[in-house]
Design a protein around this ligand. Structure first.
Ligand code: AMP
Length: 396
């Protein structure tokens, strides 16, 4: 069965058409600058990439162009739209309402809309994408897969903040966590590779990308994760600060004479390794700069690694041990230096990195020595495949 996976942002839309039987990607692509002008990059498997500037005044037009590209006689990969059996949508926030993927109908869409307040930048865009697909493919079942759903198993001690309890009751302020589809996929895959059941493992998944989060997965369930009420909490990220003393917010507002909203903008867009290094949010640039003696770049690399270590240590503590540490996403998959930095702190856990095995990029691999007590692995994440699998499981 062929499943279209859609990940819709406010001005962009990523898609993949996946054959769920072979789990092969038939085509993937990206619509950018929706509502501004419009650019489509379409990559059909086994054929040349197509790039075109096409007007995309709205998301419905973008979805319509994607469907045309998929069925085009030259660069298409299917004969007609009737071959698409289901659409899986990535949805950022499902609040406390959704602890698993869900078939999207009018009632469910209303409930998702009620979560808009919790993710005002993401959920409305996701809904626009869903509505555009429903308009153009009214008879195709649609499934929503939530970034937050995997973390709904967190115990109360992990998800409650030390705030007046009424704020949790009145405003739903709690830790939700994100990247759930990735943490779920990688932790399951780690178990598969080791020939074990997820129920028998304590795994720490380090999703280290531009946005980064760590998840403690005990017996197959998320028990804690570093992102919180929003994706701003936790690790130092590409441009996000991660954890800071909340009192700093008001202090910066006063000192810089800017609004609280502006401070939050600084914490989201001008902080993290970009802010620390004053150089780049990309680790490739930072390593190049550090190699030339740029001290700030080296500081950013060290601070990033240190925060990863702190979370790994705290999750080993809350799980009373750890069997597997899995690295994934752009940095986790491709950056042996960061992995070595992090692993260098963890000898107390009985984990030992094999530097030869660690010298890899973007491939599934065990990177710890054969007698390491904790297995360290690189597992490329595949959120689209995970979404396609969940979609098939529901519509079948
Ligand atoms: P993601 O958000 O998962 O796409 O990750 C993007 C980030 O991964 C980039 O900002 C880089 O910091 C990092 N990255 C990607 N490729 C490499 C690489 N070859 N070496 C080091 N870091 C990389």
């Amino acid at each position: 069965m062929k499943v279209l996976v859609i990940n819709c942002g406010s001005s962009s839309l990523k898609y993949q058409l996946i054959d769920s039987d072979s789990e092969q990607v038939l085509a993937k692509g990206l619509c950018e600058r929706i509502g501004i002008d419009g650019r489509l990059t379409h990559r059909p498997a086994g054929k040349d990439k197509v790039e075109m500037e096409v007007p995309m005044p709205n998301h419905t037009e973008a979805v319509s162009l994607v469907l045309k590209a998929l069925t085009d006689k030259d660069h298409g990969v299917i004969g007609s739209l009737s071959e698409i059996s289901a659409v899986g949508h990535r949805i950022v926030h499902g609040g406390e309402k959704f602890n698993s993927a869900t078939i999207l109908n009018d009632e469910v869409l209303k409930e998702i809309e009620e979560c808009n307040d919790l993710a005002p930048l993401h959920n409305p865009a996701n809904l626009i994408g869903i509505n555009a697909c429903r308009e153009l493919m009214p008879n195709v079942p649609m499934v929503g897969v939530f970034d937050t759903a995997f973390h709904q198993t967190m115990p109360r001690v992990a998800y409650l903040y030390g705030l007046p309890y009424e704020y949790y009751k009145k405003y739903h302020i709690r830790r939700y966590g994100f990247h759930g589809t990735s943490h779920s996929y990688v932790s399951k895959r780690a178990a598969e590779i080791l020939g074990k059941k997820p129920e028998d493992l304590k795994t720490i998944v380090c999703h280290l990308g531009n946005g980064a989060s760590i998840c403690a997965v005990k017996n197959g369930k998320s028990v804690d994760t570093s992102m919180g009420f929003t994706p701003l909490e936790g690790l130092v990220m590409g441009t996000r600060s991660g954890d800071i003393d909340p009192a700093i917010i008001e202090y910066i507002a006063r000192k810089e004479n800017i609004s609280l909203t502006d401070v939050i903008d600084v914490l989201n867009k001008k902080s993290g390794i970009q802010g620390l290094s004053q150089e780049s949010s990309d680790f490739r640039d930072l390593h190049a700069a550090a190699a030339k003696g740029n001290v700030n770049a080296q500081i950013a690399i060290d601070v990033f690694s240190y925060h990863v270590v702190k979370y790994i240590g705290s999750y080993a503590a809350v799980m009373n041990g750890v069997d597997v540490i899995a690295f994934t996403a752009g940095i986790g998959e491709n950056d042996p230096i960061i992995r070595a930095n992090v692993m260098g702190y963890l000898n107390y856990l009985g984990t030992e990195l094999d530097p030869v095995k660690n010298d890899c990029r973007g491939e599934e691999r065990i990177i710890s020595t054969d007698d390491s007590k904790v297995v360290a692995m690189v597992i490329p994440t595949n959120e689209e495949l995970a979404i396609a699998r969940e979609t098939v499981a529901l519509v079948k």
